[in-house]
Design a binder for this molecule. Structure first.
Ligand code: PMP
Length: 398
């Protein structure tokens, strides 16, 4: 032995240093972190969850503490089917897979659909976690931009293994995809025979717009006994209850659920039975509906505070749309000379941290924008963060 072990897999070379830099930034004292997509922890229903956790162990310990079926606790699968099903969208347990957070759903879809070099049509800028999840599969990306006036999903989706979209308040842009574009994307998927991944962690976080139909609702189960459409829908409790529960769900055609189940077997055998039992009980107790109003009022106020501070301190350098939901404002530099990777370095020196657009670009090339989170910090910290960011911009450009 000469101390040389075999090399790490090649995909590990294909990452970016920016992500590591901003994750490491949490160690900096007094930093205002506007980079992460984190919820406000005081919105977690801790007292209710403590009671439900206690009950799950005391009353259902034998099941909750054992391995659960790979597909998930049958009672939870039934409740998700009932919650999302309708006259138009007939769902049963065979349409539902319980996963350890939406992130696992993304990973499993990559596992079952992608061979190296396959094409993923991705709404761009794209969620960094999805790009991370699929990196080991080495797909090729075809970016698409649903808000462009002449966006044609038939062109964008052709030859793709699947199309990836976050129609409710995309991460990173906070943009809402309109109903006509949702319909066009579903039509294109049906015509082309491709899959569409509808990733919907923010679907409950509408602040001042009435909720639009989900793409899976648009696809529906018309004419079939249960849903057999091309949309693979993903949801999670991370934004409405808490991310630490690590409970999400995939709703799809039964054959897709079976394939994902085989993939999940090789990933973690099953999602935590205890957390699934808590999820059953929290749905029965109406905890999402009870918790949501407080989340919505807290986040709406913070969005307004952030946008007011941006207007006051950074309006000369950036432009943005006020998002009608979600967790992020996407600000695009007015000057083509602004490099937001460089701005991240300057902003860390000024005690604030934002996410640069390069990490949301499948090619890593976009240096024109920043994602700013408004849910994690209290209003005064948000304003202070923007003030610091403005100083960083001045230091960089001045
Ligand atoms: N998809 C998107 C677009 C997200 O923003 C997130 C969380 N930041 C996830 C999926 C994953 O969420 P979780 O694993 O916590 O359910």
């Amino acid at each position: 032995m000469n101390g040389q072990q075999p090399a790490f897999a090649s995909w590990l070379d294909d990452t970016n240093e920016i992500t590591r830099m901003f994750l490491g930034a949490s160690q900096i004292p007094d930093l205002v972190n506007l980079a992460g997509g984190l919820p406000e922890s005081s919105t977690f229903p801790t007292a209710d969850l403590a009671e439900l956790a206690n009950r799950a162990i005391a009353e259902n310990g034998a099941d909750a503490l054992a391995y659960s079926p790979i597909e998930g606790n049958p009672a939870l699968r039934d409740r998700i089917a009932a919650r999302f099903g309708s006259e138009r969208l007939k769902l049963d347990r065979s349409n539902v897979l319980i996963v350890a957070g939406g992130m696992q759903g993304l990973d499993l879809v990559g596992k079952v659909l992608l061979d190296s070099g396959d094409i993923v049509a991705a709404q761009t800028p794209a969620y960094l976690g999805a790009l991370d999840a699929w990196r080991p599969r080495q797909p090729r990306y075809r970016p698409f931009f649903p808000d462009q006036p002449r966006f044609d999903p038939r062109h964008a989706f052709s030859d793709a293994k699947f199309a990836y979209t976050v129609p409710n308040f995309s991460n990173p842009t906070g943009k809402l995809v309109g109903t006509d574009v949702r319909q066009a994307m579903v039509r294109a998927a049906l015509e082309l025979g491709t899959w569409v991944l509808e990733d919907d962690p923010y679907g409950s976080l509408y602040y001042d717009h009435s909720p639009l139909n989900r793409m899976i609702d648009i696809a529906g189960s018309v004419g079939a006994d249960i849903y057999r459409g091309p949309v693979i829908y993903m949801g999670t409790f991370s934004k409405t209850i808490c991310p630490g529960l690590r409970i999400g769900w995939v709703i799809a055609r039964p054959d897709m659920i079976e394939a994902l189940t085989i993939a999940k077997q090789g990933t973690d055998l099953c999602t935590s039975g205890l957390n699934q039992q808590i999820a059953v009980d929290l749905l029965d107790a109406g905890l999402v509906e009870k918790n949501l109003p407080r989340i919505l009022s807290t986040y709406k106020e913070r969005r307004d505070v952030l946008c007011a501070a941006l207007e006051k301190y950074l309006g000369d350098h950036f432009e943005w749309e006020v998002p009608v939901g979600g967790m992020f404002v996407w600000a695009v530099a007015r000057s083509p000379d602004m490099n937001t990777d460089d701005l991240l370095k300057f902003s860390l020196d000024h005690g604030v941290c934002v996410s640069p657009s390069s990490v949301f670009d499948p090619d890593g090339a976009d240096r024109s924008g920043i994602r700013i989170n408004f849910t994690y910090n209290a209003p005064d910290r948000l304003t202070e963060g923007v003030r610091r960011l403005a100083r960083a911009v001045e230091a960089m450009t001045g």
